[in-house]
Design a protein around this ligand. Structure first.
Ligand SMILES: [Fe+2]
Ligand SMILES: [Fe+2]
Length: 294
């Protein structure tokens, strides 16, 4: 447990990008995710962009429709290395257009991460978003595996312990280090946890490669707070067996989370099961979707 976790007055999360545009909306969709996390405390508002999609184009389009100024973003948080979360980075930094913008991520985020099916491809960060390009655009990398408070009441989970047996299945990506190929567990999967005064925790995830139940359990342990108001993002259950989907939905139900907002890589089958098990507590994520807590 971290010591003396702070709290915030409120948080508003605006979905700047998701795989789904929503019904009758003007927003753009693309495979990827970007969540604008606006944290208010004592009259001060700070904005963290969680992930930057695979392109800044749909994100900037959606921001314009929502009347949001990219220049108001104070920091970027990358949930993990995959292109659908990182490829828009340098273009978003250019749109923010400030001398220094902290970019928070795991220390291993720049490793190459290969898939071989359907064909060999590095799905990690590419040269377009290499360290030098990030620096030139004003990004200042803040690389750590450890849990820490980005601001009072706003945490990075750090590396999430993998405890649940049913969440152990990998996604078939590989590392290439000194010519050796080894299976990758996506250890760099980090999430944001916000502690909202008198309400509880809000857990914001990119792809949940660490397992959504593991992540929420870790968030509770880190903060010592048991009440979870909302979980939002991608749960990566798109290729999961039915048993894992069922056990995930049951575990989230048992945790009595008021709002479970899932999309991106969650997958249709998992969304249907979450809706069946959680009822009105489940909401479908889409570009433009806003979560206000309280
Ligand atoms: Fe991913
Ligand atoms: Fe993803």
């Amino acid at each position: 447990m971290l010591q003396a976790i702070g709290e915030v007055d409120s948080v508003r999360v605006t979905t700047l990008l998701d795989d789904y545009a929503g019904y009758e909306t003007p927003f753009y969709a693309q495979h990827g995710i970007a969540l604008l996390v606006e944290i208010s405390s004592g009259g001060l508002c700070k904005r963290i962009l969680l992930d930057v999609g695979q392109s800044a184009v749909p994100i900037l389009h959606n921001m314009e429709i929502l009347g949001l100024d990219p220049g108001s973003i104070d920091a970027i948080f990358l949930s993990h290395c995959h292109y659908d979360h990182t490829e828009g980075l340098v273009d978003m930094l250019k749109a923010i257009d400030r001398e220094i913008v902290p970019v928070i991520a795991h220390t291993d985020i720049f490793r190459e991460n290969y898939i071989f099916d359907p064909f060999i491809r590095n799905i990690g960060i590419t040269a377009k978003n290499g360290i030098e390009a990030i620096k030139a655009a004003g990004g200042q990398m803040v690389l750590t595996k450890e849990a820490f408070e980005i601001a009072p009441g706003v945490l990075s989970t750090g590396v999430v312990p993998r405890r649940q047996d049913f969440e152990k299945q990998g996604i078939g990506t590989y590392n290439l280090v000194d010519g050796a190929i080894s299976g990758d567990k996506i250890e760099d999967d980090l999430s944001i946890v916000v502690n909202v005064k008198d309400v509880g925790l809000v857990v914001l995830v990119g792809c949940s490669h660490a397992g959504i139940v593991n992540i929420v359990t870790h968030a509770k342990e880190l903060t010592g707070i048991d009440r979870v108001e909302a979980v939002m993002g991608g749960f990566h259950l798109i290729e999961a067996p039915a048993e894992r989907i069922a056990r995930t939905a049951e575990a989230l139900k048992e945790m009595e989370i008021n709002r479970v907002v899932a999309g991106h890589c969650t997958g249709l089958k998992a969304c249907a099961e979450l809706g069946r098990v959680l009822g009105d507590r489940f909401q479908l994520l889409h570009s433009g979707k806003i979560l206000n807590v309280p």
